[in-house]
Design a protein around this ligand. Structure first.
Ligand code: SF4
Length: 404
């Protein structure tokens, strides 16, 4: 299966912790139709390239379209709907309800009318960036909405009759594990089918990163963050949400198809300024898999201009739309599968991944590492399958790194 990601690069303001490609803008200053035109031009060029490149495997049925950002709920719904319709017309797309169409929203740009308008153009899942239900935490995070606005936006999304997810950030300085758990419980009680709960991370290149470097940002202790992670896990288990990936919880059957496809290494077409895409190349002469990942121009004007200049693109470096591209050999693809697969409760079937990618996943070094990690309770192994037990999820990044 394949998916499509469309990046919308504008927000009402830049949050101090955010390292996504997003630019502050007012809705009136954004060229909604012009950006949609550019994305549709890129779609046509990318589709042509993917179909006509002899060294790229054909795109399989698209089961997810994800509008991310940025804040795509700022995009005029008719313009967003035009892009969605173009994707459905140009690519082989699954029929609804198999097709998951998600739009990321912020409470400041989502009311009942906007949610209904998005549902009317074919969106069937809304992901709302509530982040917190505490006024002091929202202020610290630089969010523009208040607590009542967070609740109202989730209720508006639910009222549109679509699947709804929301985000919660935990691990803030001074926050107790009980507070993180209480917020997760309250959000779940609003009737959501999915929750993403992220630990606050301080990224270089952000306002928080700069303040942290100067010793001016209060940060939580690692052990408090770990306790909050476990408290959220317990609270959402009580609320009937499965902890299916380190940062994600879902009611049965409500996992985010888009994210799962990404974690499983499925191909995706990235469209829009700063979007990343990934395609599988045909295997090499020895039968080993290959892939290519590209990243589009990060400046909106440069991106729109590039789509005007290019009518046909190739897949990979020098396609005329990307800042760059990376060719990935089978070993690199396997390492990515391990890193992302271990984040999921389902773990990863290394035998199957190795067979699909045409490499032996059980190198002597990796087999030894698995044995040692299993002895320390960091990993479970059943025949060719490995996974991280819930109690060891906090160490997943380190565990994955040891299996590279
Ligand atoms: S709203 Fe989201 S994408 Fe926009 S700046 Fe804030 S965190 Fe980043």
């Amino acid at each position: 299966m394949s998916s499509v990601y469309v990046h919308f690069p504008w927000c009402l303001a830049k949050c101090p912790y955010c390292d996504f490609v997003s630019y502050a803008a007012t809705p009136a200053s954004i060229d909604h139709e012009g950006y949609a035109d550019a994305v549709v031009r890129e779609l046509e060029a990318r589709a042509f390239a993917l179909e006509s490149s002899a060294d790229v495997r054909p795109l399989e049925t698209v089961t997810s379209v994800f509008f991310g950002g940025g804040t795509p709920s700022l995009w005029d719904p008719a313009a967003l709907g035009r892009v969605l319709a173009a994707i459905e017309a140009r690519l082989a797309v699954a029929a609804r309800p198999e097709l998951e169409v998600t739009v990321e929203c912020n409470p400041t740009s989502l009311d009942a009318d906007r949610a209904r308008a998005l549902a009317d153009v074919g969106v069937n899942r809304l992901s709302v960036g509530t982040q917190s239900l505490r006024a002091d935490q929202l202020a610290f995070l630089g969010r523009l909405h208040d607590v009542a606005g967070a609740r109202r936006s989730v209720e508006a999304a639910i009222s549109a009759g679509v699947r709804v997810s929301t985000d919660l950030i935990f691990g803030l300085h001074g926050q107790s594990p009980a507070d993180a758990a209480a917020q997760a419980t309250e959000l779940a009680s609003l009737g959501l089918s999915h929750l993403s709960c992220y630990q606050l991370t301080i990224e270089p290149g952000t306002q928080f990163g700069a303040r942290h470097k100067r010793g001016l940002l209060p940060v939580a202790l690692d052990e408090d963050v770990a306790s909050a992670f476990l408290a959220v896990h317990d609270a959402l288990a009580d609320a009937g949400l499965e902890h299916y990936e380190i940062s994600n919880f879902a009611k049965p059957g409500e996992r985010a198809r888009h994210n799962v496809a990404y974690w499983r290494g499925e191909p995706y077409v990235g469209l829009g300024c700063a979007a990343v895409g990934f395609a599988r190349r045909v295997p090499d002469a020895d039968g080993a898999a290959r892939g290519v990942r590209w990243k589009n121009e990060t400046g909106p004007e440069r991106y729109v201009e590039a789509t005007r200049a290019v009518s046909r693109v190739r897949v990979g470096e020098g396609d005329g739309l990307s800042e760059g591209a990376e060719e990935l050999a089978a070993d690199a693809l396997l390492r990515e599968r391990i890193m992302l697969g271990l984040r999921m409760r389902d773990g990863i079937d290394l035998d199957a991944a190795g067979a699909e990618l045409g490499v032996d996943p059980w190198t002597e070094e990796r087999a030894r590492a698995v044995e040692s990690l299993a002895a320390r309770g960091r990993i479970e192994r059943r025949a060719g399958w490995i996974g991280v037990p819930a109690g060891a999820w906090l160490f997943t990044d380190d565990t994955a790194a040891r299996l590279f």
